[in-house]
Write a protein that binds this ligand. Structure first.
Ligand SMILES: C[S@@+](CC[C@H](N)C(=O)[O-])C[C@H]1O[C@@H](n2cnc3c(N)ncnc32)[C@H](O)[C@@H]1O
Length: 264
């Protein structure tokens, strides 16, 4: 199912060379085509490589559909790093997104070991970044990683999203950018969108991870992008981005791909 969805995505997707609209073309160039390597990536890659070697086990609270591969309560750090953490290239795309949109407030739902938070923080060290994680021992590891990488401006809120999301939104007030990468189930995903709505403005961007991951996530994505508050969406296959009115584009749903994968 995922493979046929990928083929269909690839056939429909457009690269920066094919895009006429300024907003989409600059997004594709600066976020998808950008392959500049930053010094901080080395630090994060070294950390990730060390986590992928760690045999140590920690207690994991199963709070939502996150990884299909292991439901046991004790998991090796190396397994969490392999199955629950976004791959480096996705973290880099998040980094480029933050550089592109320059948000002042960033919300992350699903910290895990802190890798995607670290990339987003490095792209905008002065932004207010709140990251939410419900599994205490995982949250503890993420805090250690933030310290190790000298990422002082990441605030981690520990607890079930139903408790921490309202707190985070109250603190943020005006939400510029959110990365929703926690509970990959339809009803909670729609509920998180609903909770964020009063805090959004016309420059806000919501990024939903894994929109093709399951039937539920595909269906959630279809509903989200059809919402009347949404002016248009960008589908990157690994994630979907929502943009809000009054910014309008000629079409509502854009599938975009890097010109590395579509060189013509
Ligand atoms: C896919 S991982 C996040 C990966 C991270 N964003 C990255 O790319 O490095 C999802 C995390 O969300 C947490 N989570 C899932 N559902 C949750 C919920 N309902 N409340 C709090 N945390 C939750 C899980 O414990 C897990 O650590």
């Amino acid at each position: 199912m995922l493979f046929s969805a990928l083929i269909s995505f690839y056939l429909k997707a457009k690269s920066s060379r094919q895009l006429k609209h300024h907003f989409l073309r600059t997004f594709a160039k600066e976020v998808l085509d950008d392959d500049r390597y930053y010094y901080s990536f080395d630090l994060f890659r070294t950390l990730k490589a060390s986590l992928l070697q760690k045999e140590e086990e920690i207690e994991v609270l199963d709070l939502g559909a996150g990884s299909r591969k292991n439901n046991s309560n004790r998991r090796k750090i190396k397994e969490i790093a392999k199955t629950s953490v976004s791959p480096d290239w996705q973290c880099q795309q998040l980094y480029y997104m933050i550089r592109h949109f320059q948000p002042k407030t960033i919300l992350e739902m699903g910290t895990s070991l802190g890798m995607s938070s670290l990339y987003m923080h490095a792209a905008a060290p002065k932004a207010q970044l709140l990251s939410l994680e419900g599994s205490p021992e995982i949250a503890q590891r993420a805090r250690q990683h933030f310290q190790k990488c000298n990422a002082q401006n990441i605030q981690l809120l520990e607890g079930e999203f139903s408790q921490t999301l309202p707190q985070a939104l109250e603190q943020i007030q005006k939400l510029d950018f959110a990365f929703l990468d926690g509970n990959h189930q339809k009803a909670p995903t729609l509920a998180y969108f609903e909770a964020c709505l009063p805090y959004l403005h016309e420059g806000s961007v919501l990024v939903f991870d894994d929109i093709y991951w399951s039937k539920e996530m595909k269906s959630a994505w279809e509903e989200l992008k059809a919402r009347p508050e949404v002016s248009f969406s960008i589908d990157l296959f690994w994630a979907g981005l929502l943009f809000f009115k009054p910014l309008e584009l000629p079409k509502k749903d854009w599938k975009l791909i890097s010109n590395r994968y579509r060189p013509w």
